[in-house]
Design a protein around this ligand. Structure first.
Ligand code: GLY
Ligand code: MN
Ligand code: MN
Length: 501
């Protein structure tokens, strides 16, 4: 007969089978004793605090008299009892100014008060050294994850009133009766908080559909709040792009090593990501290192291929700085430093499309005009090469769109805390929205001819080109934030020669 699992040990507890945790009262007293006092916590507000207060005020003004709940989100399990590094929800980061690692399970609440809202940040305080959590909790204990900031320190840094997370349930339910305060929570940020909110508004007299609609309205509002970046955000975007430029330069320096490695694409990924990490940053999305035909797969993140001289390699990579703003840049490089004639022809078409998009990206234009300008060029070039079933003009009609076979993605997306920022904004604010100074988005046309695409001549097959830049709308046009990375084919070749010596 098989041995029975002892009835008293739950599945959840079996994670501790690999270690023997001391638990005697003598040990508990011993480990709690003789720790030096903590150094004084920082008392100065972070520079971002001057910007987060106006952001919260603008959000609150859209929902007078309502309680708005913005969770940071929980730690996310990678597998079993191992978590990913913590990254707060972007709405939480935007409204608190907290960034990398800050702060699992925290919840920002904008409480309605007479003249607006009062913001309170509910946090899990660090456990005292006399608790089991201190030495035994691998998710939150100081022995495992390091010292965590206390409520006073977070209050000083953010300029927010802070309170223990234990106070959250009572705070949520206050005045939420029939006809009382309306509660909204950012959906899908933290399931535990969403359940708490659902419980708190159970007696509100509103239907589940009305509550879901209210939450969707908040998601939309926090997304639209980020469409125009403030001065702090623009500075962070500049920092993210500058670090990305450094990463691309290092990638070029390591191309000869990639070209002789059996997984050269991994060399590129490792160099870019490693550079980001060494400088104290991260990447804003999985790096795409796509050589040869892999470049025709839009989200090629497997990065397990060779990087062969004579081919192009498409590198789509962006550094995310500590404040969580990310760049999103693509350069398509000749592995051996020189474009072939066909590669150069395809590259130039994409570059012309990008330049047309840049010319369209001005205040007063619509977001969709930027894409339309790029598509005119793409359709024109494809028609010129005889690839379209008809004229470019016919292809550009809504019922045609044949050119999109070779560029199935859009030309632009907003960029900021999320690589695809402001994604819950309404269509009239995004695709149909009017460009304003302070908006930041990508311009990233491409052409992708797969190796098995028999609709194109053989010379084009296996060539994928994307050129992606990060663009700030200014008062009279735009600024290419990633202009430090060469775009024109001659400039790319000269830049590579300079880096490779
Ligand atoms: N790197 C993802 C994108 O370009 O949208
Ligand atoms: Mn992009
Ligand atoms: Mn990209």
């Amino acid at each position: 007969m098989a041995e029975q699992t002892p009835a008293e040990q739950t599945l959840a507890d079996r994670g501790s089978n690999r270690s023997q945790r001391p638990s005697s009262p003598a040990f508990r007293a011993f480990i709690a004793d003789r720790w030096a006092p903590r150094a004084e916590a920082a008392v100065a507000p972070a520079p971002v605090a001057a910007h987060t207060a106006p952001r919260r005020a603008r959000l609150g003004a859209q929902f007078p008299g309502e309680r708005l709940v913005v969770p940071a989100g929980p730690l996310v399990t990678r597998s079993n009892d191992t978590d990913y590094r913590f990254r707060p929800h972007s709405a939480f980061a935007h409204l608190t100014g907290l960034g990398t690692d800050q702060e699992p399970d925290a919840v920002l609440v904008l409480h309605p008060v007479l003249d607006g809202h009062e913001a309170v940040l509910y946090l899990r305080p660090p456990a005292g050294r006399d608790t089991e959590e201190f030495f035994a909790d691998s998710r939150y204990g100081e022995f495992w994850v390091g010292a965590r900031p206390g409520l006073a320190e977070i209050a000083a840094v953010t300029g927010l009133r802070t309170a223990s997370i234990d106070d959250l349930p009572d705070a949520l339910v206050k005045d939420v009766g029939p006809g009382g305060v309306r509660l909204r929570v950012v959906p899908d940020a933290d399931p535990t908080v969403s359940l708490l909110v659902d419980g708190a508004r159970a007696d509100s007299g509103r239907t589940l559909d009305e509550d879901a609609e209210a939450d969707a309205g908040l998601a939309e509002a926090v997304s639209e709040l980020r469409l125009v970046k403030d001065a702090y955000e623009v500075a962070q975007m500049r920092a993210a792009v500058a670090a990305t430029v450094v990463g691309f330069e290092r990638v070029v320096r390591h191309l000869p090593r990639a070209a002789v490695h059996r997984r050269g694409e991994r060399v590129i990924e490792a160099v870019f990501d490693g550079t980001a990490r060494e400088e104290g940053n991260a990447v804003g999305y999985e790096t795409i290192a796509a050589a040869g035909d892999h470049a025709t797969t839009l989200h090629w993140i497997r990065n397990d291929g060779q990087v062969r001289p004579g081919d192009l390699v498409l590198v789509d990579a962006g550094v995310e700085v500590e404040s969580l703003y990310t760049a999103d840049v693509t350069r398509t490089l000749p592995v051996d430093g020189t474009f072939t004639d066909t590669q150069r022809r395809v590259y130039q078409a994409v570059l012309d499309a990008a330049d047309a998009a840049f010319a369209a990206a001005r205040p007063g234009a619509r977001f969709r005009d930027v894409h339309a300008a790029a598509m005119e060029v793409i359709a024109d070039r494809l028609a010129g090469w005889g690839l379209l079933p008809g004229t470019a003009a016919e292809s550009l009609l809504p019922d045609g769109q044949f050119h999109r076979r070779w560029m199935v993605h859009g030309t632009s997306h907003h960029l900021g805390l999320d690589v695809h920022d402001c994604a819950q904004a309404r269509r009239e604010m995004y695709l149909d929205g009017v460009l304003e100074p302070g908006m930041v988005f990508t311009i990233e046309p491409g052409l992708y001819f797969k190796s098995d695409d028999v609709a194109v001549p053989a010379e084009y097959r296996g060539i994928g080109v994307r050129i992606e830049d990060d663009v700030l709308v200014t008062a009279d046009g735009n600024e290419n934030l990633s202009a430090a990375l060469p775009r024109r084919p001659d400039d790319v070749e000269a830049w590579m020669r300079g880096l490779l010596g």
